[in-house]
Design a protein around this ligand. Structure first.
Ligand code: NAD
Length: 453
């Protein structure tokens, strides 16, 4: 059995049967059987089905948000925002089936045209930090393009994926098109990756597991999309609005209790502004409301598990001094206080590894060139921010930072209509926006001879 635990209380909130290889194979077989009919569903009808999924998610928004908040330990206000985005994702990709355009290419002797064809059965493997959102970023474009799906959610947080499966079926999507299998990564995940009838794997999770998936998928030349870890830089120049940069920084590093691949967990601050910035940051961090995820005013909840808390704690009390420590509840629940280390060298372990918890590093820099060098001195390249009032400098630095998703004078990373994904070891491929559709289709070229021979 899979025991699903509520991180804020350490209580078991559900027990589910644990799938194995047989169940994974059965789900792939159902998806393979459903594919020929699903790919032939008229584009307008597929669009309508996706709109209907979006509508039903809105109808069930509050229960989905509560389930996600309890299971992940995330603040209910965040969970509500995530569920609203999930509905938006399905609505957005409802626009795709009728717009999967090809092109005609001038050639001799005939007509040449391209088609965007679905891949077949796609295997989706998702993490525990944004379970429903990340699933929707994959399910939306995969269905829109005419693929069928086997989704394996993280064992710690499978509950909203199970609800999504019900919603998709209630919306009228034929049985077998979307299949959820709850099991371990080592067994069910690996089976999906090696299965010869799975055409593509879209994975979000750690870089370590991503490497393994890429290697295994190579055996069957599967298409692979990888959304992996991050160690993103929040670059604050002395000419920025420092109050605004400091006020925005805490949630960019401690949102979702720091268990966010886009977390700006390295704040690079121009040395001449360090004292002013740290003073404002201290006030902002100490004000973070850490507590019951179901309380509307909570800004940060517990970590996902006791193991995760132990890992996070191992990065504190190393070489880097603790400069700021916020508050956290005591007693049951996997709590950890928001913690800022300063000054940190970019060579410290805390600055190099993805901590995936509420521990962030402040790293001083001298000038623009050093800021860019430090920002890029990491194996990762997922997100990042630049704070300055100098527009030319902002764009210069933005072009030089090796990262997939960057904000200027803002810490936002994700929008339904814009591409999301990483450079370097943060992954390969893009989700969201029109770009995601490329990764759920194969380009076919057809030549039609028109000249008599
Ligand atoms: P994880 O890599 O441990 O697990 C992710 C998923 O992969 C789970 O469903 C797990 O069961 C499965 N899995 C584990 N081993 C597997 C294997 N050998 N074969 C196939 N599947 C396997 O990650 P996690 O701890 O759930 O999530 C945290 C990580 O996810 C962090 O590194 C974070 O940065 C990353 N993440 C990245 C993004 C992004 O979009 N780039 C978003 C969220 C999280």
């Amino acid at each position: 059995m899979v025991q699903v635990v509520e991180p804020a209380t350490e209580e078991v909130m559900a027990e589910l049967p644990q799938a194995g290889v047989d169940e994974a194979d059965a789900a792939v077989a159902r998806a393979a059987d459903a594919f020929p009919a699903w790919r032939r569903v008229e584009p307008a009808e597929r669009a309508e089905l996706l709109r209907s999924v979006a509508g039903r998610i809105r109808d069930h928004a509050e229960e989905l948000a509560r389930l996600e908040a309890r299971n992940v330990g995330k603040p209910i206000s965040d969970a509500r925002g995530e569920v609203a985005m999930v509905a938006e994702v399905f609505n957005y990709y409802a626009g795709a089936p009728e717009r999967l355009l090809g092109s005609t290419i001038p050639v001799a002797g005939g007509v040449d045209m391209t088609f965007r064809e679905p891949l077949g059965v796609v295997g989706l493997i998702t993490p525990w930090n944004f379970p429903l959102s990340i699933a929707s970023w994959k399910v939306g474009p995969a269905l829109a393009a005419g693929n069928t799906i086997v989704l394996k959610p993280a064992e710690l947080t499978p509950l909203t994926a199970i609800e999504l499966e019900k919603i998709v079926v209630e919306a009228g999507v034929p049985e077998g098109v979307f299949n959820v299998v709850v099991g371990s990564g080592r067994v069910v995940g690996e089976r999906i990756v090696e299965h010869p009838d799975v055409a593509k794997v879209a994975f979000t999770g750690s870089t370590e597991v991503g490497r393994r998936i890429a290697a295994r998928a190579a055996e069957t030349i599967k298409r692979v999309t990888l959304e992996l870890g991050g160690k993103s830089a929040n670059v604050v120049f002395a000419d920025a609005d420092l109050e605004q940069a400091a006020a925005a920084a805490p949630m960019a590093m401690f949102g979702n209790a720091g268990q966010d691949c886009c977390s700006r967990s390295r704040i690079l601050v121009e040395r001449s502004a360090l004292d002013r910035f740290m003073e404002a940051l201290e006030e902002a961090v100490e004000g973070i409301a850490v507590g019951d995820p179901l309380d509307d005013s909570t800004e940060m909840g517990p970590l996902i598990s006791a193991d995760q808390r132990e890992t996070v704690a191992s990065y504190v009390n190393g070489d880097a001094p603790v400069a700021i420590r916020g508050r956290a509840p005591e007693g049951r629940g996997y709590w950890y206080p928001p913690t800022v280390l300063c000054p940190v060298s970019n060579d410290d372990r805390a600055a190099r590894e993805e901590i995936f918890g509420p521990v962030a590093c402040v790293i001083p820099f001298r000038d623009e060139a050093e800021a860019v060098r430090l920002a890029n001195d990491t194996i990762y390249g997922l997100s990042g921010s630049i704070w300055t009032r100098d527009g030319g400098k902002a764009l210069r630095v933005a072009r030089d930072i090796e990262t997939g998703v960057l904000s200027i004078n803002s810490n936002t990373s994700v929008r339904v209509s814009t591409p999301f994904g990483g450079f370097k070891q943060s992954g390969t491929g893009r989700e969201l926006g029109p770009h995601a559709l490329e990764y759920y289709t194969e380009l076919k070229n057809v030549y039609y001879a028109t000249e008599e021979r």
